[in-house]
Ligand binder design. Sequence first.
Ligand code: WAQ
Ligand code: MG
Length: 280
Amino acid sequence: MKNIWSIRIRASKTVRGLKSKAQRPNTEFAEIHISGAEGLYEKQDIERIVKRYIERALEHPKGKTDKIVITIENIKKRPKVIESLPVSTVSCKTPAEGKSIIKRLLQSTGVSKRSIETAFDIIRKGNMRGASIITAEKGHRLDPDKDRGVRVSRLGATKTALKRLAIGLSRYEINTTTVKEALFLASKVASSTEVIAELCVSDDPDYTTGYVATKKFGYVRIPNIKRGGSRIGGRAFFVEEETRFKEIQDYLEKKPVIIDKVASCAGTFSIDEILGHYYK
Ligand code: WAQ
Ligand code: MG
């Protein structure tokens, strides 16, 4: 990919006098995050992508947008080239089962019970624009701006990788924008040296499949992670205890990363099968 452009969009709406979920509880008006998207593209694709992003923001199931901010930037730094995480799905029928699956996956990667509880608390509150950064052992929260967290940005995939992925995911009927974008994000996050694991729950009321991503087990999709109709969602990145916030933020937000290779795409397995098959 030559001459790369980063495109980011953020849609929000203003509400009056909302107390608990507002980003600034003391002001009369508060901004609620509706949706965001970001990617790396070639110049010739800018107009098409911006159009698609805007359409998505305007039609978002979370509500009526009244402000859209788009940033289009030419990237000067050479991107780091990575492989996407292997994809699989764990069989899961209820949010309660999902919770136990999340715990088993995260604990098998070395994330402590305390850190997992911290993440559950943050995700339960919802309405963050980005992800929270939590140390994997002591459960310290490192992101200072509690509404924003960290927004992973400047990531994309080559056309070859997109084609391969479309073939792999289509076999399981999961070749959707949602899955691909989440997989790219998770793959960039997992490519940082500090991150041990990620937990993601969509904040879309209609989207009830989440995931746990780790280098060890790959991108593990968890259906029924939350009940339908719930607006609760968020992301948590579990990091090494000594991680310096500025460094991890800089990597996740600024470092251009391109996915050029695609790992295996697999079907649905029990949690025991997933835990018994790790990559490193
Ligand atoms: N960087 C960091 N955090 C983000 C970002 C980002 N670029 N975008 C969203 N988040 C956080 C934010 O707190 C959202 O509330 C939360 O994640 C969920 O975002 O394989 O759609 O865009 O089927 O609702 C998972 C796909 C889809 C699972 C996840 O997330 C599958 C999804 P959403
Ligand atoms: Mg969403």
